[in-house]
Write a protein that binds this ligand. Structure first.
Ligand code: SF4
Ligand code: SF4
Ligand code: SF4
Length: 193
């Protein structure tokens, strides 16, 4: 009887240690995974245009980290972005998959305010809350928040939104232009949560 109890105790201890080891390994793996997603996301241009077939840059970063998406699906990031992703992940770079779109210079949306009917459809489409306006009132775009993602164009019923080269529209825009302000990223990730 004593022997049976001793063996049971040993088995219980082994099971406890194995459980603790597995939980520790899992938490380490999750931390490494989150760190990799952060690193991938920091390379992506944060345009939030969904051309990669994911609803934003972070979901695409997560899909790359999971091995579910390729590194060449982001047209705004272009070849430079692909090269950086390839270096990070230690894989060979590859050409942009143009099935997701062509790489373009930074753009900025501008509303023709005289034609705007204030329907709010563009506000609902904008992933970074770069458009302000009230119902049946003229809407306008906060240039510093607009990523040029083009998502507000299709819903506009009077076709009064144009895309213009970001440099012409906003001389202060620099290479960091496509990196959203922290506030915009918080808004977007808050919506996704
Ligand atoms: S910029 Fe657009 S295509 Fe590139 S990762 Fe972000 S959402 Fe996807
Ligand atoms: S204003 Fe239009 S182009 Fe600019 S971020 Fe919003 S949806 Fe995209
Ligand atoms: S979708 Fe077009 S018409 Fe409607 S509020 Fe936006 S800019 Fe104005």
């Amino acid at each position: 009887m004593l022997e049976v109890l001793t063996v049971s105790l040993y088995l219980l201890l082994i099971a406890c240690f194995a459980g603790i080891a597995l939980a520790y390994a899992d938490s380490r793996w999750q931390a490494r995974d989150a760190q990799l997603v952060d690193q991938i996301n920091s390379i992506l241009p944060q345009t939030q245009c969904a051309q990669c077939d994911y609803p934003g840059c972070r979901p695409y970063a997560q899909a790359i980290a999971n091995g579910e998406a390729d590194i060449n699906q982001c047209p705004p990031g272009g070849e430079d972005g692909i090269r950086q992703l390839a270096m990070l992940l230690d894989v060979q770079p590859k050409p942009l998959d143009t099935a997701h779109g062509e790489h373009k210079p930074p753009l900025l949306a501008v509303i023709n305010e005289a034609q705007c009917i204030g329907c709010k459809l563009c506000i609902q489409a904008c992933p970074v809350d770069a458009i302000v306006g009230a119902p049946k009132r003229m809407h306008t775009i906060i240039a510093a928040e607009c990523t040029g993602c083009e998502l507000c164009l299709p819903p506009c019923p009077v076709d009064c939104i144009d895309l213009v080269p970001a440099d012409n529209a906003q001389p202060a825009i620099t290479a960091d232009y496509l990196k959203l302000s922290n506030a915009a990223v918080r808004q977007l990730e808050g919506r996704a949560a």
